[in-house]
Ligand binder design. Structure first.
Ligand code: BG6
Ligand code: MG
Length: 216
């Protein structure tokens, strides 16, 4: 069966916003005196805002009320939004424009499955908002990654079964989501971290479209 949709994650796949999320969480963790390093961050990639905050609070044995948690989550988000404020099309990872053009040429749907409520803003800053056939609304997803819901939502919007879709992710939680959705999977990053993926590339510019299409 042919592949008819590519469903992309955003942060860390199409642009370097994974680094901005890291910087903002790391500043907050520092304020709370909770140790937070890049290994911790690997666990947080793909995880939604409150889930990420809960991870940090648990690590530091910090107990807070729901209201205090919301205040901290808002603070992290404001910091993150300051970091993405100056983004522009030059921040799109190398190879994305070419890959999207190839997919369009082959009539393959392009979808977005980002857990970020800031995704639309980032897509607009990058100048690629109009490239997507469907963008999942993170605010409407009941069960975040690693649950398969967000990837399945996009496949349903395309009226496609999972085995005609490829999910592309840089995070452990996101790959788990794709695997649970029973889609083909591409990891962007290190094979040791993203061992669950069918194929792993260091970055989007190393993407081998023919190899991925042959997964089906
Ligand atoms: C994911 C990121 O894409 O979105 C996570 O990998 C982030 O790091 C999550 O926490 C939620 O993002 P936001 O913008 O809604 O806080
Ligand atoms: Mg990501």
């Amino acid at each position: 069966m042919a592949i008819n949709a590519f469903i992309f994650d955003l942060d860390g796949v199409l642009t370097d916003t994974a680094e901005y999320h890291y910087l903002a969480w790391s500043a907050l963790a520092n304020e709370l005196a909770v140790p937070f390093d890049r290994d911790d961050n690997e666990q947080l990639k793909g995880v939604d805002r409150m889930g990420s905050l809960d991870y940090i609070l648990k690590k530091g044995n910090v107990n807070l009320t729901e209201q205090q948690k919301l205040t901290l989550a808002d603070k992290k988000n404001l910091h993150y939004q300051q970091l993405i404020n100056d983004m522009s099309p030059k921040d799109l990872f190398e190879g994305v424009t070419e890959l999207f053009a190839q997919l369009k040429q082959q009539n393959i749907n392009i979808g977005l499955a980002s857990a970020s409520k800031n995704a639309q803003m980032v897509l607009e800053r990058l100048g690629i908002a109009d490239q997507f056939d469907y963008v999942a609304d993170a605010a409407k997803v009941a069960q975040g990654k690693p649950h398969p819901e967000i990837f399945l939502t996009v496949a349903e919007a395309f009226f496609l079964p999972a085995d005609q879709c490829v999910g592309i992710e840089d995070s452990i939680a996101g790959l788990q989501s794709i695997v649970s959705a029973k889609m083909h999977s591409v990891g962007i990053g290190q094979p040791e971290v993203l061992y669950q993926a069918d194929v792993v590339y260091a970055d989007i510019k190393s993407f081998n479209l023919q190899q991925v299409l042959a997964l089906a």
